[in-house]
Design a protein around this ligand. Sequence first.
Ligand SMILES: Cc1ncc(C[n+]2csc(CCOP(=O)(O)OP(=O)(O)O)c2C)c(N)n1
Ligand SMILES: [Mg+2]
Length: 382
Amino acid sequence: MPDIRVLDKKGVTLRKAMREDGSALLKSFKGEVPNDETLMSIYKAMLCTRVMDDRMLKLQRQGRVAFVGTSTGQEAAIHASAAAFGKDDWIYSALREGGVTIQRGMPIQEYVAHMFGNAEDSAKGRQMPNHFQCAEVNFPSWSSVLGTQLPHAVGTALAMKARGEKNVVLAYTGDGATSSCGFHSAMNFAAVGNAPVVFVIIDNGWAISVPSSKQTASSSFGAKAKAYGMPGIDVDGNDAVAVFDAVQEAAKRARAGGGPSLVALRSYRMGGHSSSDDPTRYRDDEEVKYWSQRDPLLRMESFLTKKGLLSEAQRQELSTALVDEIKAAIDHAEQVGDPELESLVTDVYAVPPKHLTRQVIDALRIVAEQGDAERMQGKFPL
Ligand SMILES: Cc1ncc(C[n+]2csc(CCOP(=O)(O)OP(=O)(O)O)c2C)c(N)n1
Ligand SMILES: [Mg+2]
């Protein structure tokens, strides 16, 4: 019988709340269980991400979207952590936390528009797909350059503190990005400045083809906090209740003026690094099998069912509704068309400089003379 002190392969104690099969809470768990409404909203967000990723990956294989980085296997870590933050808090993400925009109220239609980079994409097609942003839900855009979101998150938290606001910031990073300069600068700055920020590392076992075991010589990712002078904890990232409890505790501390914390969530990337990756070239099937038996979505479904909050009929209904809504959003997105060429130079300067204006005029002339490029022609080999 698993208990809260179960050790993982490296001998790290992970905080856990529920049994591996989700059938009940562990007796040793003394933390905070989210209320029924929060549990269900976390579950719906997890399900939405699972369905969306599945659909987007198929579209990518059909050549209809250019790039996808799925979150499959990490849904509890992503959505139970985000649930610990309010609408006025800010969230800085890495590649796999885009579903949090929908969890915080961004329409599915807007998510899909970004994946297509069409005229309704709030990034106007200027980002790679899967790099979400939504100003309305305080979710700034991610840069592919690993770790750069972390100093930005700390800057935002320090600004909130300077203004006397009670809001806090959630800063996500992957295990690989903990080796970036941005991670070090952010952790140090946050602790010295007592910034109201919660760093959440989602350790999904891999940084492309580099395993977590080769990413650091620290005893765990949570242990890194000690050197910076902030609390750190390692948590079973596939246990939605344990994730919520640990992150909520850190968010409360930050909100009360207690400064930053680090929460390391142990999870697993079930798919490839991205739609351009073939993980069978560097990892064992056995490992994938081990983790597929620890699927966070199935564990949450089992937990909610035992609690009387979810039935099989309800699960199917929710899933079908999501499939339909996403399909309608895709059908719409494919009718919308590309952003206007002129939009290349909008939003950056109050008055675009002459050389950029000239380039747009040239581009418009070339389109008029030779027609537009085929969709995806000249694409970057992602
Ligand atoms: C500064 C920098 N170095 C290298 C890369 C190339 N790169 C893209 S994703 C990635 C791995 C990221 O791993 P992790 O932080 O664990 O996130 P995950 O993809 O596993 O969610 C690397 C090395 C990059 N984008 N930026
Ligand atoms: Mg990783």
